[in-house]
Design a protein around this ligand. Sequence first.
Ligand code: ADP
Ligand code: MG
Length: 463
Amino acid sequence: MNLNGIWQDFLTIIREEAGSRVVETWFKAVVFSQWDSHAKTAYFKVPNNFVKEWLTNNYMRLFELHLGRLLNEQKIHLLFLDETKMDMQIRPARPQETAEQHMPVLASIKKEHLPVQAAPRKVCINLDYKFDSFVVGPNNSLAYAAAHAVTEKPGILYNPLFIYGGSGLGKTHLLHAIGNQIKAQDNKARVLYQSADRFVTEFINAIRFNKVNQFEQKYREIDVLLIDDIQFISNKEQTQESFFHIFNALYEARKQIVLSSDSMPRDISGLADRLRTRLDGGLITDIQKPTLETKIAILKKKAELQREIISDEIAYFIASRVSSSVRELEGLLIRVLAFANLTHQALSLELAQKVLLSSTRESTLLPVLGFDRIAACVATHYNLTLSELRSIKRHKDITIARNAAMYLMKKLTHKSLAEIALFWGRKDHSTVVHALSKIDQIRVEDVAIQETLNQLERQLLET
Ligand code: ADP
Ligand code: MG
């Protein structure tokens, strides 16, 4: 294997990602001395301990990501050997590996074919990410509608479509959903999903192999181009230029382009103006954080996809543990489901609490508070009588007070939604979920409400 060639490729990538100064300062004096394909370990000689520490502390991610890709390995181990201490024993980077394990293979490095190519790996559309597994809520309905519309008239209605929003809110899901839907309608449609950072790497490889033309050509032949996390091309001038040409060619040929990003085009730094103008030129739509109700609906949907059914109660509990990211929400659900499965227990609120409450302290911390106390406290604060509070009147102030009381009941007791509903004389707990969701929303916008809730909470917990 041509280690030097791979190393030079790697440096080119690092130059694009981190800048030439970084490469000159930290990477130039490093020698990629051996690759043990058996133990998936790369050996480097570094001039001194300082360089070694610096690389380890700051650039591990880049090593693992890009060198791993160039070596065609998902996970690689790295060993930095300080040249000034070369005669000392080799210390493996990971504690569980002993030096002996590495010794024999050090001598016999297998010859392997060059894995680096300009052609990209085939990027598949994820079949799990479809429109019908996407839960629509007020936070994402516009993005969903726009994404769907694009599949009805690709290249015509909204071009480009630009979807932005925080991490874990469903951008990648929507991009794949567009791809899946278009493929379902027209099997021959050439749909390409690519994350922008892969696009960058691919471009760099194309430069190295003198294949920029083929690279651009490949993208120009696409019918639907889905580029995820476009913010990753910021500050990568050459890549941007290449993307600009591809964009124009596709746009003029009325091919659909969909992009996602963590922020609006104008907020992506290090983007060439003319490219920014292009990204700005179509429909820009955002995905906001999901509301409580949407979080609950997503959890139920995800459970359903795993052939499990979870109650509102459990869903509410899980949803209340996560602030916004649907990815995190899913993570917690998986933990609960896995635990139930592995321990052969039925899904229950208690089980979910056991799995997700980080310490038993957290779950026993709450004092024993009765619903009556909470209701009385809230009524007094809002200058209402208890019967007014418990009535079904929809006067605005009363509604807010009632919602606040339900919120405090959920937060400060271990009682279930159904029990809370019962206290308020409601048949089912959807009223409670609605109230909690409302409070969740206004709490963000309305500082006064937030202050009131905090004050009531303190009052209840302190007395
Ligand atoms: P992003 O790309 O915005 O960081 P993803 O699209 O990767 O987020 O979403 C993270 C996870 O959350 C995925 O598993 C996705 O299926 C799920 N997800 C996000 N939003 C929704 C939604 N509205 N309905 C169903 N699943 C969702
Ligand atoms: Mg994503």
